[in-house]
Ligand binder design. Sequence first.
Ligand code: HCA
Ligand code: CU
Length: 380
Amino acid sequence: MSQKKFSIVDTTLREGEQFHRANFSTQDKIEIAGQLSNFGVEYIELTSPCASPKSKSDCEIIARKGLKSKILTHIRCTKQDAKTAIDSGVMGINFFSQSAVFQNKSNFGKQASQVLANILEVLRFTREKAPEVEIRFSMEDVFRTPVDNLIKVYKAVGKSGTVDRIGISDTVGIALPHDVEKIVRLLKSLNQKDIEFHGHNDTECAVANSYAALKAGATHIDTSVLGIGERNGITSLAGFIARMYSLESDLIKKKYNLENFKKLHETVSKRVGIGIPYNHPIMGEAAFMHKAGVHTKSVLLNPKSYEIIDPSDFDELRTILIAHKLTGWNAIKDRAEKLGLGFKDSEIKEIALKIKRIADGKNIGLNKVDKILIYDSKKL
Ligand code: HCA
Ligand code: CU
């Protein structure tokens, strides 16, 4: 990995609020922001204070909580929005601009020039009014916008000297990792600003794209807990953490308080009213389950044979499943030993065959396996 210095911009409380089932109360937001901060994300992005009266007061309350994470809000590129955001007391402003006006393939017309001039004026205004506030400017739908137009906009924004960071959004989840790498490198070559990447997950590429962005020189990655957001959401916090842990576990263990990870996920899942998907990285119920005989045998000898993440780092447990037709005698032997029962290997192999026969075509539980083991041990 070329990029070890990165920050997470968690947007569960902004993009996540755009998830169709989310409707956080003030109390929910305070609780989630506190847990995100305890986990250690560097930034928390909140819904625009211009979105509704409650969004405004929530922004003000959370911005003044003194959390460790920097509090940002996400607003349109207008002076009125900027004024309201500054007054809310946030430490950073994530401006975004819709890109339809820049998507004309044949030219950068009069309308686009006017929109760009407005953007620059708002950025200058904000920088002047709030010199201490961190400013990011981002365009929506970068990967469907002609590159020449992107260059025009980002070059002008960079030159204006008003922003700390530029953002790239894959608003519709269309990008592939190599597209992301290409654009990040291009923007990096235009100006040396920090770069934030925001990727939607319509084709399940969000985590890979986020990593590609980092590899190419991006510095900030947007995530949300459980990936919630518009449609099927964005890079999930757990997916991104799993990706980075698999490459740099020591760094991730040092940078974030992994023991708070589970609580954060349980809270968001409860407050949104959705379960944690069974296959969610790290947090899904299947993440550390081992079933087939070949797998269970190896995992019992060395968990790394089929695990790239140590569940105990996240307060999770590994499960060795043995009550099924794919079971293996090594796993049954391990279970017998746990129950304090002694068998010869030849006997255990017989018992494993019996369990396979019984479980072929129907579900049996661990209780049933235990009963068989105990019963057979008494016969000896
Ligand atoms: C949207 C906007 C956005 C903005 C991302 C950003 C997107 O809700 O449509 O400001 O980085 O995906 O483009 O979330
Ligand atoms: Cu988005």
